[in-house]
Ligand binder design. Sequence first.
Ligand SMILES: C[S@@+](CC[C@H](N)C(=O)[O-])C[C@H]1O[C@@H](n2cnc3c(N)ncnc32)[C@H](O)[C@@H]1O
Length: 225
Amino acid sequence: MSSSLGLDAQLTRYVRGANRAEHPALLRCRLETDAMGDVAVMQISPEQGAFLQICARLVRARTAVEIGVFTGYSALATMLAMREMHGPDARLYGCDISDDYTGRARSYWQEAGIDGQVELRIGDARETLGALHGEIAGMVDMVFIDADKTGYDAYYEAALELLRPGGLVLFDNVLWSGSVADPERCAVDADTAALNALASKVRDDERVDMAFTTIGDGVLMALKR
Ligand SMILES: C[S@@+](CC[C@H](N)C(=O)[O-])C[C@H]1O[C@@H](n2cnc3c(N)ncnc32)[C@H](O)[C@@H]1O
């Protein structure tokens, strides 16, 4: 699990205590993913999960797309909020390249009773998003982008096609542990350069209203006009 950039352990504990307790399936997902070792850093933090849930509520999300599912924490957090609002009509389309990670996700979704409302698309999201376009273009309320960083620009363009006006796209890790502000890192690291370029693009993009926030490792939010 990741934690918010710049917060020490004491403050992180405080923030976690200030949020509501996680659903038991979210807690199990987090603890079992932690036990997987170094890859656990890919998982969003519980406070980011709470943030995604309030975002879903703000846009009254019924249909969501997630690019980068991993072991399913963010998808589950989002779906729990959407199910409370929309019951069986809520649906999340999850894109990932890994059968192994998403196989683990299914067990948490089953525990929470939302498994039947999540549709997984396994494969490079550049392709699976193309197929989704034919099915749900203009119908999506919220898109969470949390996969390979060099793909973010393509995922942004696809998300704008999928979203309804007033729909929200969120990008995780836009601070990339702070490296995006370092010109030397941008010059030598493709992920850092891609995130840096994306931030400028979204800032100057008249198709959206936007906010670059410092939640977690940075969450960039763009609301389709
Ligand atoms: C940072 S993790 C996602 C974490 C997840 N949102 C969570 O809350 O636990 C990134 C995921 O993106 C997936 N991924 C990487 N490249 C991808 C691609 N080209 N298309 C789809 N998924 C990809 C990886 O398999 C991995 O599961």
